[in-house]
Design a protein around this ligand. Structure first.
Ligand SMILES: CC(C)(COP(=O)(O)OP(=O)(O)OC[C@H]1O[C@@H](n2cnc3c(N)ncnc32)[C@H](O)[C@@H]1OP(=O)(O)O)[C@@H](O)C(=O)NCCC(=O)NCCS
Length: 188
C-alpha cells in the first residue's frame, strides 16, 4: 500500500478535493441539514451550522494522516461543494477498503456520484494500491445500489438485520465489490 492521503482529482464536471473550513455553509445547506438526503446514513441532520463547522474542522485535522481519504465534491458549474465521498474503512492487510458517498438532493439524478466514484476508485486502485473496493447500502436505498452497478461493481452478498435505522427498524445491507483486476473489463 502506498498511502498518499487526499489529493485533488479533477473530472469533467467535478473537483474532488480536501474539505476546507469555508465549505461549512455549502455542506450545511446542501446536505448536512436535510433529513431526506440523510435518510439512509448513520448520522442525522445537524442542528445548526456550528455542528457542521466542527465536523469539517475535525476532518481538516485528520488530513495529516496519510491513510485518510475524504473528498469534498465540488461542482464546477455551481461553484459549490455539494457532497462528500470517502474511504469509510480500510484494511491494509487485505488491501481492501470500503467507500461511502452523499450529495444533496437538488443534485440527484445527474450521475454526479457515478462520476466521483469512478474517479476515486481509479485513484484508490492505481495511486494507493488497494486491490478490492467495497460499498454497502441499506436494502431500501436502491438509488445507491444503482450507482454501484453503474461503476461496474458486482453484487457480493446481503447481510440480514445488521443495524438499526434512526427510527429503530432493523435493516439489511447489500454489499457490492470491485476488484482491481476487474477494471480492464469495464470502460473507465
Ligand atoms: C444515492 C445517491 C448517491 C445517488 O447519486 P446520484 O448522483 O443521484 O446517482 P444517479 O444520478 O446515478 O442516480 C442513481 C439512481 O438514483 C435514483 N434517482 C435519480 N434521481 C433521483 C431523484 N431526483 N430522486 C430520487 N431518486 C433519484 C434513480 O433510481 C437512479 O437510478 P437510474 O439512473 O437507474 O434511474 C444520492 O441520491 C445520494 O447522495 N443520496 C443521499 C446519501 C446516500 O444515501 N448515500 C448512499 C449511502 S449507501
Amino acid at each position: 500500500m502506498n498511502h498518499i492521503g487526499t489529493n485533488s482529482i479533477e473530472t469533467m464536471r467535478l473537483i474532488l478535493r480536501r474539505f476546507r473550513p469555508e465549505d461549512t455553509f455549502d455542506m450545511y445547506s446542501n446536505w448536512a441539514s436535510d433529513i431526506e438526503t440523510l435518510r439512509y446514513l448513520p448520522w442525522g441532520p445537524h442542528s445548526d451550522v456550528n455542528v457542521t463547522h466542527r465536523r469539517i474542522l475535525s476532518w481538516v485535522a485528520n488530513y495529516e494522516q496519510a491513510n485518510v481519504y475524504n473528498w469534498a465534491i465540488y461542482l464546477k458549474t455551481q461553484k459549490q461543494v455539494i457532497g462528500s465521498i470517502s474511504v469509510e474503512m480500510s484494511n491494509d492487510k487485505e488491501e481492501s477498503c470500503e467507500v461511502g458517498y452523499c450529495i444533496g438532493k437538488s443534485f440527484w439524478g445527474r450521475e454526479i456520484v457515478v462520476e466521483a466514484l469512478r474517479a476515486i476508485m481509479h485513484y484508490l486502485f492505481y495511486e494507493v494500491g488497494y486491490k478490492k473496493i467495497f460499498a454497502r447500502y441499506d436494502v431500501l436505498n436502491t438509488a445507491s445500489g444503482r450507482v454501484m452497478q453503474k461503476v461496474g461493481m458486482h453484487y457480493d452478498r446481503t447481510m440480514k438485520d445488521v443495524g438499526r435505522r434512526r427510527d429503530g427498524s432493523l435493516y439489511d445491507v447489500v454489499i457490492y465489490v470491485k476488484y482491481k483486476d476487474d477494471l480492464e473489463e469495464e470502460p473507465f
